[in-house]
Design a protein around this ligand. Structure first.
Ligand SMILES: CC(C)(COP(=O)(O)OP(=O)(O)OC[C@H]1O[C@@H](n2cnc3c(N)ncnc32)[C@H](O)[C@@H]1OP(=O)(O)O)[C@@H](O)C(=O)NCCC(=O)NCCS
Length: 373
């Protein structure tokens, strides 16, 4: 039988930090509220496009795997903040890497996009469609954030990570998985102003208003991820005690604690990044996985459990059997260009160039149209 081993990993975090105190300079919020309700202290704001973040992450992951880009058969680009929709962003990454023989596609399941991409890569490899697949999780959410809405503006940040999957006959990579979507709750997280519905309507494309029912998402995330963890453990015939590290999607520390409890795990098994990066949507789980490896939390031959959820509401849990190698074969010298601005300066610029969506007549018409959907 063919398996898909995870042989390379790399991340790229933009350097500019946006702290809770920065947010409190333009929103009615404060550090105490954000820390107590979410566990977040700071997040990153990108000065470059998502494609640049993912190119650096991809070069680092390829070096880690000891693989040349020309050997890639497939590139899967997971995101919900594509720089452009046509052409797809995966083809842009292919061009940047010189991965001339690869096929390339974008995947959007919001925060779970990297993980749905990981399932797809595994299926391509196991079915013989591909041998070497690059999967990206990247977001440039700051560009379409509604920075006037404290309910959502405090929760998200930018970032990217990449992983290389390669065919092997050793029983490695994803050994059990659960993918699901609570479509009945899809209206709990909707970004108005982003998509073809809004193009050529008089609404400035990218000028957004977020519909967000945080409490409903919270409940569904806890039950969904908790149960998905139990499901994959059962599929693999292992118990929570056999798991070396849990690397969850990081949307809220309280959600993570509740999921760990529901899955029967203690928090010392859980790897956390939520305090320093917030929720980077598709980039969250892969960045946390890279940092878990860097911190020595992934053991040779160990089991890694990754539960996640996102808008849709999409859900996933993956159980990965790691290979022998937990360190990179080589490192890449790829770096982002320097950033001359602070996170707060970049956010202030984004706010200054925006007209509130509600002010547009056409925007109001679209709101009514979507409410009827
Ligand atoms: C968003 C979330 C942090 C809110 O936490 P919560 O404990 O449910 O808080 P509530 O929504 O009950 O809000 C409590 C109060 O805080 C206020 N509040 C909301 N955001 C605030 C902020 N940034 N700063 C200060 N107060 C805030 C609310 O207006 C509300 O005030 P009220 O009681 O006067 O009405 C939490 O529900 C959550 O994490 N949800 C899931 C995360 C998610 O959906 N992520 C995206 C998908 S991956």
């Amino acid at each position: 039988m063919t398996y898909a081993a995870l042989t390379g990993w790399g991340k790229c975090l933009p350097p500019a930090v946006l702290t809770n105190q920065d947010l409190a300079t333009f929103l009615p919020t404060d550090d105490d509220w954000i820390v107590q309700r979410t566990g977040m202290k700071e997040r990153r704001i990108s000065h470059v496009a998502g494609l640049e973040l993912s190119t650096v992450a991809a070069k680092r992951a390829l070096a880690c795997a000891g693989l040349d880009a020309s050997e890639l058969d497939f590139i899967i680009y997971g995101s919900c903040s594509f720089d452009e929709h046509v052409p797809n962003t995966a083809s842009g990454l292919q061009a940047k890497l010189g991965a001339h023989k690869a096929a390339a596609m974008d995947v959007n399941t919001a925060c779970t996009s990297f993980l749905y991409g990981m399932s797809t890569a595994t299926a391509f490899i196991q079915s013989g469609v591909a041998k070497n697949v690059l999967v990206i999780g990247v977001e440039h959410i700051s560009k379409f954030m509604d920075w006037s809405n404290r309910n959502v503006a405090v929760l998200f940040g930018d970032g990217a990570a990449a992983a290389v999957f390669q065919a092997t006959d050793k029983p490695e990579g994803v050994i059990a998985q659960k993918l699901q979507c609570y479509a009945d709750a899809r209206q709990t997280l909707r970004v108005r102003g982003k998509g073809a519905l809004y193009s050529n309507t008089g609404v400035w494309y990218g000028d957004t208003r977020w519909d967000f029912d945080g409490q409903e998402i919270f409940k569904k995330a806890v039950t969904g991820m908790g149960d998905a963890c139990v499901d994959v453990l059962k599929q693999a015939g292992v118990t929570i005690d056999d798991i070396d590290v849990i690397v969850p999607h990081q949307a809220n520390l309280r959600i993570i604690e509740a999921v760990a409890k529901r899955a029967g795990a203690s928090m010392d098994k859980v790897f956390l990044t939520v305090h320093k990066y917030g929720n980077m949507s598709a980039a969250t789980a892969p960045v946390a996985l890279v940092e878990a490896l860097e911190a020595g939390r992934v053991k040779p031959g160990g089991l890694v459990l990754i539960p996640a959820f996102g808008a849709g509401l999409t859900l996933s849990a993956h159980l990965i059997r790691w290979g022998d190698r937990v360190t990179p074969i080589a490192t890449s010298d790829a770096e982002l260009p320097p950033c001359e601005k602070t996170g707060l300066q970049m956010v202030q610029e984004l706010m200054a160039t925006k007209t509130p969506y509600e002010r547009s007549e056409r925007g109001l018409m679209d709101v009514k149209f979507i409410e009827a959907l």
